[in-house]
Design a protein around this ligand. Structure first.
Ligand SMILES: [Zn+2]
Ligand SMILES: [Zn+2]
Length: 300
């Protein structure tokens, strides 16, 4: 397959080796990235949640503990470095991680410690919880926080405020699935009211001022939302603010690698975005070489 310069994903590569809700081995995921023509593939495994109240129901059913999550993440840290070097002649593999913002009391210190450890090339800043309640999981939990805050508009505002705070304190290289709050919301309810737009604007301002890249996250297609994250109004708003985009397939197994990327490219072009920004390394370099930013055309 011809290697196109925009073919790069900076969010995804979750694998059954290290993530309970993903499939396949990390090596199989990286092989799929080669087969699908990526030149650079950023792996952003989830950081471990450190309190048992944050374990997902599927993890609880299988007897997972926070100690196990921590052990698997330590293994990931080791293996991703080895695989990055093993694949170096076929694929530029970036060593990343995806943040959590729980517990709210100490997430900042832990995420910054990971980023400064020297084990990773970059961080994907994501928010999966609002007021320490998961909004990315079962709809019952989502309804609970939605009702608790007084409805979808209030939840959306609090969500974007949480995203803005996360960006302001972590300065992530990539901001993950900016409007994840859409995932469990009713599709026919408007999530771009003036008040929500103001809160989203703060998240966009924070993205711009720390120089982060927005993840055009194709999981939105898989979740039946009709578009990737973020929605068209956010893409247009970000574009007028000169905030760059990258692709994220948010793959959780080999079969999801590159899923929706071609459609995502067309979607960006339709919404006025003509180039994307990739993080990569010079070809043939090993994982000790720092990553660099490149702006590439979506027409290429
Ligand atoms: Zn996941
Ligand atoms: Zn995520």
């Amino acid at each position: 397959m011809i290697c196109k310069s925009w073919r790069c994903s900076l969010h995804g590569g979750h694998s059954g080796t290290f993530c309970e809700h993903a499939e396949g081995s990390l090596e199989e995921v990286l092989e799929a990235a080669v087969v699908n023509g990526y030149h650079t593939f950023g792996v952003s495994e989830h950081v471990p949640r450190t309190e048992s109240r944050f374990l997902y129901s599927t993890e609880q059913e299988k007897g997972f503990t926070v100690q196990r999550l921590e052990k698997e993440f330590r293994n990931y840290t080791k293996v991703i470095g080895e695989l990055a070097n093993q694949f170096a002649d076929r694929l530029i593999v970036l060593r990343g991680f995806e943040t959590e913002v729980v517990p709210t009391s100490d997430y900042r210190e832990r995420m910054i410690a990971y980023r400064q450890s020297g084990d990773f090339d970059y961080m994907v800043g994501s928010v999966h919880h609002v007021e320490e309640v998961l909004i990315d999981g079962p709809t019952e939990e989502f309804r609970l926080i939605c009702d608790g805050l007084g409805g979808l508009e209030a939840l959306s505002i609090r969500y974007y405020e949480t995203v803005a705070e996360m960006i302001e304190v972590l300065s992530p290289e990539v901001v993950g699935h900016l409007d994840l709050v859409r995932k469990n919301a009713d599709l026919d309810v408007s999530l771009d009211t003036p008040r929500i737009r103001r809160a989203a604007d703060r998240a966009l301002e924070a993205t711009r001022s720390c120089g982060a890249i927005l993840d055009l996250n194709t999981a939105g297609y898989r979740k039946g939302l009709g578009t990737p994250y973020p929605a068209p109004w956010l893409v247009k708003r970000a574009n007028t603010m000169d905030i760059p985009f990258c692709f994220g397939d948010d793959s959780h197994g080999p079969s999801q690698v590159a899923a929706g990327i071609e459609n995502g490219r067309v979607y960006l072009l339709e919404n006025g975005v003509k180039e994307i920004t990739v993080l990569t390394r010079p070809e043939g370099s090993d994982s000790s070489t720092p990553v660099e930013k490149r702006v590439v055309s979506l027409y290429g």
